[in-house]
Every structure is written in C-alpha cells, then in structure tokens.
Design a protein around this ligand. Sequence first.
Ligand code: UVW
Length: 317
Amino acid sequence: MTDLTDMRDLLRDAPTNWGKWGADDEVGALNYLTSAEVLRGVAAIRSGEVFTLQRMIGDPKGDPVWPGRTPAERTMVLDESSWDGEGAPSYPGGLHYADDKIDAYLQGSTQYDALGHVWYDGQIWNGYDARTTVGGLDKASVAPIAERGVVGRGILLDMARYRGKENLDKAETFTHEDLEACAAAQGVTIEAHDILVIRTNFLKLFFDQGPAFYEGFCEPGLTYSPELVRWFQEREIPNLVTDTIANEVTIDPDSGFALPLHCALMRNLGVALTEICDLEKLAASCAADGRYTFLYAAAPLKVNRASGSPVNPLAIR
Ligand code: UVW
C-alpha cells in the first residue's frame, strides 16, 4: 500500500498527452481514429452481425448507476387519455399522439464521459483550467466527441470468460498484462489504436442482488500502475469501453484512491471512457466463432457543455 494522500503525488511523474493535438484540442486520443483506422475497423467485419451495446434506459429490472446518481425517470406527457376530457388538444383531422420526457443524469446510463468530466490539481484535459467547468464545461465537454463520432477497430477482451467465471467479483482487479494474456488466449492481438472493449459481466450482480449490490460498492476493473499508463500511451489506445459503471476498480487497492485511472488515462492522456455497456450478446457471438474484433461505431448525443452523454454504441462483426 502506498502512503500517499493526494492524486498529485500519485501521478507526479505520470505521462500526459497535453498539447499533442494542439492547445485547443478537446477530443484527445480519439485523434488516433483517422480514416485509415475507420477502414481497419471495416476490414474486421466478416458476418455483418450488428450488436447494440447500450443498456435500456428505464429497464423494468432497474438501471445501474454510480452511487449518488439516480436512474432516469420517464414521464408520460401525452397519451390517449389526454384526449378524454374537456380542453383536450385538438388537431385538424383528428390527430392524436404520445409525448414523454426524461429527467436523467447524462451519466446515468451507457455513456461517454467528456474529457473534462474528471480532474485533480485544478486542471482538466489538455491543461485547461478546472474553473472552465463552472456552470457547464466550456472546454472538453462531451459535445466535441459527439461532433466527431468514434469509429475504429474494436477488440473484445472477455476477462470474465478468460478467468473462467460468470462474472468478475467485487473489487477484483486486472492489469494491462492480463489484457494481453486474455487476448492471447482468445487468439487475437491488441494492436495500436484498437478500441478496448472489456467484459466483466459484473452488472449481473446488480440484477441478481438488488439494493445489496451497493453495499461496500467497489467494482472490478483495471488498476493503476505507471506501467499500465505507459502501455496505454505507447499503444495509443483511443477509447476504453467497459460493462461496469466506472471502467476501473472503484478504490485502487494500492493507493486507496478513488478512480485514479480516470485521472491518469482520461485527464492526462485524453483516453475516452465509455461505461455501462451491455456486452453479453456480443461476447456470446465472439466466443461462438472465436472472432474478437469488429467495427466499433458510437456517437454520444450532442449536449452543449455537458460532462457526459448517453450513447448506443454499435459493434458490427
Ligand atoms: C465518475 O467519474 C464519478 O463516474 P463515471 O465516470 O462513472 O461517470
């Protein structure tokens, strides 16, 4: 266990990609996803199967969210009953229609984090002042990610299957070396610019356990090490996609810090984070024919100044 109390100390010598794509960059490592990378992703398509990776908003079985956030609430505004009484809306020709709205955390479902979503030491991605987040993100909001879209070669790393488990357990950790070993066991190589899609199936426990799921909340996931951060930087990984709520072990077992990889990967390297995906159908299909790469395509909703935004990513095999 390290004896540090501040993220600044933990990440004092950690690498950054600040300035690499210019002083005004807001999409970070997604810059690696050039047209050539789109075509490399397209070249991974063999069978034409399409998988949508978003979890249902308003799932009757519940919506898993980060502690302190609440699931989206959908409210019916107009339905057939709205036309029952006096003062009902009236449209020429007898038109009736349904309308509804949601009150939702933008990070309360399958989502892209804006690069400015998390920070320490008064600076967000690319060195922008953290005060630019006040009242809305003036820099590195999710909108520039939504404008550009995210398309490239995805690679599924099925850590649950690799470890011979239905799902990873609370606080279970793995490293970049485990990702390499998982890929090797799957007969595939992680290449530069691959979009890493990691399956833990941990959220099965949310649906199995109900409220007890949140007792001693600590998700499984990658853990911080300087080697892991260098690996992400050298591999030029643009995007880390997982099926957990926050993409990394919640409390790092070594430092005791919450979410240090959000800081080291997203704030410092500009790696985009995509969370709360449902990878079950995709994983079953990959396991069935032993193909673990695909075209990955995603575009979060364009929400001005937002710190994150819902998304329904596609994996096309
Ligand atoms: C936090 O950063 C707190 O949560 P997430 O990245 O899961 O949105």
